[in-house]
Design a protein around this ligand. Structure first.
Ligand code: MSP
Length: 478
């Protein structure tokens, strides 16, 4: 039987396994999980992919430093990523590892196709290689001879490489992107990519002779494929480019790719050009999120200011972390995060806002209606605009709109004073509680993609028909 549902394929970057995940990696992955859940809620056939990027010089060096074999090292760190996603309630349909045989086989087929396209040639390259970036960088990008992002001196490299004729794709990429055949959001990122393309594209080296921890070129075993070229292909290999062509046909092209703004050139230029060369469709849309900063500085392993999301989950619960990262910073912009800020949001929005509305309502149902509120009907359509905002990736705005409803409902209770009203007009109190229950049920439905655990708890209790003093949703933290 064919699946008539609309398909929706969403991806995150695959993360380097040189170290354990931090809150920045969690950010993009939580956002993707929310979008995946939202589209599942809409009845679509969703495929949500994340995973780890495990080859290349940077990983090999980290393994060596840890005194482990590359394979043992990547196994360990990759497992930390998937465990962390589990802790955060992130449920991908697939977690790809670039050391998977399935990926390696697909990359070989892809490389053969690329070679057959006539768009690659052999040549010599001389340049500065930044291992942190896993990319050649320009002299002009250095400050005092040092890469600003990684605070390291790049290596001067002169070597034989295989090259890809990226320069030939300037016109077509400019056309596709400016016409929104390939949508790039937010608009600042689209402009950034377009102006980069308009400056002219240079051919790129797609193989490295001296990097052993990688996938060898099928026709030249002395070289391994450049780690970015291999990594960009994960979006195809993961859905069965070679191992399950039917699945590949069903899900490709990706409908939405989320990533951080520092890797848009790879995703909006190199990746698409490679796909054009092998005659595959381009992803439909790419959205770049901004950076999380701590005291104004980008959170990164290099700076050493990382926040382990597992620590926050242990203290505040996974839903609170998911809520915080999406509420605190408008998606697409940079913004500061810290445990202090998380605590403020936790207490004011989750405990005093949603949590309080839920306990007041359920306590009154127990007290005045003996736990049975009766049949409630939740609104058939979301009038708040929150679901539309989520759909449009404006998570913070969606949450603001829902919290307006929560504040309104809490005020309604304060004004109606049901504890007094019950003495004179119990029917009115019943009606009020019925309306509050319907509203809470609707709020839980809208919040489910962001707060899956909390939404489930609220729904179960309200549906149970016997509503008695449930545990608080969020206990206040001092
Ligand atoms: N392995 C490459 C991606 C290959 S995709 C084909 C890579 N990995 S990474 O481990 O460095 O992860 C980068 C991604 O992590 C960013 O693009 C972003 O999604 C996320 N973030 C890492 N640090 C971040 C912040 N401080 N703030 C927001 N997102 C951050 O690049």
């Amino acid at each position: 039987m064919t699946d008539e549902r609309k398909k929706f394929y969403i991806t995150t970057p695959i993360y380097y396994v040189n170290d354990k995940p931090h809150i920045g990696h969690a950010y993009t992955t939580i956002a993707a999980d929310v979008v995946a859940r939202l589209h599942r809620q809409l009845g679509e056939d969703v495929f949500f992919l994340t995973g780890t990027d495990e080859h290349g010089a940077k990983i090999a060096a980290s393994a060596e430093k840890a005194g482990k074999s590359p394979q043992a090292f990547v196994d360990e760190i990759s497992a930390k990523y998937s465990l962390t996603w589990d802790q955060l309630g992130i449920a991908p349909d697939k977690f790809i590892r670039t050391t998977d045989p399935e990926h390696k086989d697909a990359v070989k087929v892809f490389l053969e196709k690329l070679k057959a396209s006539g768009k690659i040639y052999e040549g010599e390259y001389e340049g500065l290689y930044c291992v942190g970036h896993e990319a050649f960088i320009k002299e002009s990008e250095l400050v005092n001879g040092v890469c600003l992002d990684h605070k390291t001196k790049p290596e001067k490299i002169r070597e034989q490489n295989w090259f890809f004729k990226l320069s030939e794709y300037q016109k077509i990429l400019e056309e596709r992107i400016s016409h929104d055949d390939l949508i790039i959001r937010p608009p600042t990122r689209k402009n950034e990519v377009l102006s980069f393309i308009r400056q002219g594209l240079e051919d790129i080296a797609i193989s490295r002779p001296n990097v052993k921890w990688g996938i060898p070129l099928p026709w030249d075993k002395s070289q391994t494929v450049y780690v970015w070229v291999e990594a960009l292909f994960n979006y195809c290999s993961a859905i069965g480019y070679v191992s399950d062509p039917e699945n590949f046909q069903r899900y490709w092209p990706a409908d939405l790719q989320l990533l951080g703004k520092e890797i848009i050139k790879f995703h909006c230029i190199i990746g698409p050009a490679l796909l054009l060369a092998i005659k595959e469709e381009l992803p439909k849309a790419i959205f770049a999120n901004g950076f999380f900063t701590l005291g104004g500085e980008k959170i990164s392993k290099t700076v050493g200011n990382i926040i382990d999301p597992n620590d926050w989950v242990a203290k505040y619960g996974s839903d609170a972390v998911r809520y915080f990262v999406l509420r605190e910073v408008p998606f697409g912009q940079d913004g500061d995060v810290s445990e202090e800020k998380l605590k403020v949001r936790y207490n004011s929005d989750l405990a005093d806002g949603l949590g309080n509305l839920f306990s007041r309502t359920t306590n009154m149902i127990e007290k005045y209606l003996d736990g049975d509120v009766g049949e409630f009907v939740s609104p058939p359509k979301d009038l708040s605009g929150a679901s539309d905002a989520f759909y449009n990736l404006d998570f913070s705005e969606g949450l603001v709109l829902i919290w307006k409803e929560i504040a309104w409902a809490n005020q309604l209770i304060d004004k109606a004073k049901p504890w007094e009203l019950v003495k004179t007009d119990p029917e009115k109190v019943k009606e009020l509680l019925l309306n509050l229950t319907a509203l809470l049920y609707d709020i839980a439905k809208k919040l489910a993609p962001v707060l899956p655990e909390t939404a489930q708890k609220i729904k179960e209790i309200l549906e149970s028909g016997d509503i008695r003093k449930p545990e608080p949703l969020f206990k206040k933290i001092s």
